[in-house]
Design a protein around this ligand. Sequence first.
Ligand SMILES: *Cc1c(COP(=O)(O)O)cnc(C)c1O
Length: 463
Amino acid sequence: MATEMQSDTKASARDVLSFAAERAQAYVREVAGRRVSPAEADLAALAGLHEPFPEASSDPHAVLAKLDEIGSPATVTTTGGRYFGFVNGGILPAALAANWLAGVWNQNVALRAMSPIAAELEEVVLRWVCEALRFPLDCAGGLVTCATMANFTALATARHALLARAGWNVSEDGMFGAPPIEVVVGAEAHASILKALSLAGFGRKRVTIVEADGQGRMRADKLPRLSERAIVCIQAGNVNTGAFDPAAEICARAHEQNAWVHVDGAFGLWARLSPKFDHVTRGFEMADSWATDAHKWPNVGYDSGLVLARDGGALRASMGITAAYLEPGARREPMHHTPESSRRARGVELWAALKSLGRSGLRELIERTCAHAQLFARGLRTAGFEVLNKVEINQVLASFGSPDVTREVIRRIQEDGTCWCGGTVWQGKTAMRISVSSWATTDADVERSLAAMIRVARECRAV
Ligand SMILES: *Cc1c(COP(=O)(O)O)cnc(C)c1O
């Protein structure tokens, strides 16, 4: 028999969904006119969340109202057209709407038996991603939280494969006493690769670092002598400059020795959608494993990391679990391809995003955001400011003078609220980083943001 609370709750579940949809729609309508960073007063209001764990239950409607009242104003407007922080994309309408539907479904995609639709969509999107990126179509893959996790999964796969060749089963016998593996990374590798290496038992410091050039590209001529027990981690898209390691040359050299090449391509790999970038993206298809994010350039919501590996057997050997009630069926079982077991059905939003964009839409999104990056670079240079990187794709590094002045300009731009950019230090130089990664950015957003940057920078220089 249903309790009173259950009957009440079922009736109000419909109400609360309508209420949430109304509030969500209001938020979407307000995005264009909102400040990008939240105002001080809205941040101060977050203190209102800190109450002791409530003794009494609350009506879901009241819970949602409170969340919207305190939460919405304290968000960073990353879904609008003027957020250029980190390398964070926005969210495509189809992906957002699919997220609502997926929320209602609440599917656990660990096993096909738990959700046939979620398992099916994963198979479809993994294949589509291979098609889009021009990778071998029979790659195995998994949908993980983020690129850090994708890097970890790929490195665990590489570890398994290389040690298996040496007659060592790392899944059973662990790393202690295992034949040594040499890990090679570029000097400008993303910090998440080092974290992934530490998680996989390799150690952040126990790596051979290869010199990078002024754009952060690994120098192929500086590669050490490799062996069949080496993992070379290369990068498609440096998080600061957007530069690509020379993949064709490195893969050829590594594969002569049977070494494993892993690509951290969190955002850069998506540039393979456009032939305009072939000169930098060629060769990455030769690698053995790849990590990327659909929550960056493809504008799918968080968390949408992807791992792909040529050797599906090694991926499953390192990620599978055995338990009587979890035996793999004849079809692909999601949980045997990722570190996580129970998880949400990430493939739903990714499918919706890719289906709505199609190859032409995704290509156009990539090309448009890169053209916007060029507009920023040109605008800043014309105004007399320095652009530190060769703007090849969607990343721009700007300096406004001394480190102190540049930091102050960044602080004031964030405070101004017209747009949002973060700071970085590129090869010893303090810089503001502009990443154009959102489908929502328009030419007008670029012009308005550029005007705000130049105004603020001139004010800072004047004092
Ligand atoms: C963003 C990024 C990462 C980390 O991505 P997460 O999804 O935050 O884990 C790793 N590598 C590169 C090159 C990146 O740009």
